[in-house]
Design a protein around this ligand. Structure first.
Ligand code: F6P
Length: 319
């Protein structure tokens, strides 16, 4: 290995910059030449490739987003697209690639590895929905953004004695809603992995109101359905004034927390170590605060599951 490329792909996540920094600096520390690929796989196919030095990643550890930009590319999913990508990598003499992103990005990593080009994946997505790692880069920051919002909404909810539905991201994954619901003391947490009987939600709200509760908060992952539809139905059934807040892309931005910066730095450095050892088609992760690595093929086979103990606890604490 002499030249290594790095790219970010899919939905951006706070901490991606810290990961890019770690990849580039760890590479340079080991006398490798480092290249940044802009606009994810789309940019790779089009040859948006630039040499990076120590200074290219200065002053970015605290910045959200990704200095390499990101994209979701349909062209790259084709055989032709992948061939174009390999041609570009050859043209620049790049021998290995670090790909920071979610499961879609890992499919790309696997495709290139299968074509003989070594790739290492780093889990970067606010959704925390990747197997083989306890946490993904960006999750902690997004979670803290949501908690800040919940605390603010709680103030106004109490003043007006209202029920609030807070819709958070998570198309197929409920971790953001579950963790935020637990940390924010929500009455109900609705996530794609678990079916919740609508009557249960209504009854819990009614019970709370009868007990003298001044407000209620419901955390809803976007994959479950529209917050506005839920809001209408809940107001109709409970006759309690109900409002809806969709947090949206605010959850994807912002300066990464210390936890995300440290995680990104550790995973970024580990990715370089693995490439130097000649590994390919591997994702780095963290389990019980120890760095781990698994074949991407294995990671993509299993479905990401929700923490049952936490889900049960959320029910027990919101009686
Ligand atoms: O993958 C992260 C995520 O934030 C999901 O939770 C969300 O559904 C999706 O990205 C939206 O991404 P975009 O609108 O950028 O395609």
């Amino acid at each position: 290995m002499k030249r290594i490329g790095v790219l970010t792909s899919g939905g951006d996540a706070p901490g991606m910059n810290a990961a890019i920094r770690a990849v580039v600096r760890k590479g340079i520390y080991n006398n490798l030449e480092m290249y940044g690929i802009k606009y994810g796989f789309q940019g790779l196919m089009q040859g948006h490739i630039e040499k990076m030095d120590i200074g290219s990643v200065g002053d970015i550890i605290q910045r959200g987003g990704t200095i390499l930009f990101s994209a979701r590319s349909d062209d790259f999913k084709t055989e032709e697209g992948q061939q174009k990508a390999i041609e570009q990598l050859k043209k620049y003499g790049i021998d290995g690639l670090v790909i920071i992103g979610g499961d879609g990005s890992f499919r790309g990593a696997q495709a290139l590895t299968a074509k003989g080009f070594p790739c290492i994946g780093i889990p970067g997505t606010i959704d925390n929905d990747i197997n083989g790692t306890d946490f993904t880069i960006g999750f902690d920051t997004a979670l803290n953004t949501i908690i800040e919002a919940i605390d603010k909404i709680r103030d106004t909810a109490t003043s007006h004695e209202r029920t609030y539905i807070i819709e958070v991201m998570g198309r197929d994954a409920g971790d953001l809603a579950l963790w935020a619901g637990l940390a924010g003391g929500a009455e109900s947490i609705l996530i794609p992995e678990k079916k919740e009987d609508f009557d249960n939600i209504v009854n819990r709200l009614k019970r709370g109101h009868e007990r003298g509760k001044k407000h209620s908060i419901i955390l809803l992952a976007e994959g479950v359905g529209s917050g506005f539809d839920y809001g209408d139905r809940i107001q109709e059934e409970t006759k309690l004034e109900t409002r809806v807040t969709v947090l949206g892309y605010i959850q994807r931005g912002g300066s990464p927390t210390a936890t995300d910066r440290v995680l990104a730095s550790r995973l970024g450095a580990k990715a370089i170590e693995l490439l130097m050892e000649g590994k390919a088609g591997i994702m780095v992760g963290i389990e019980h605060n120890q760095l781990v690595s698994y074949p991407i093929s294995e990671i993509l086979q299993k479905e990401s599951t929700v923490n049952e103990e936490m889900y049960r606890l959320s029910k027990e604490l919101s009686i």
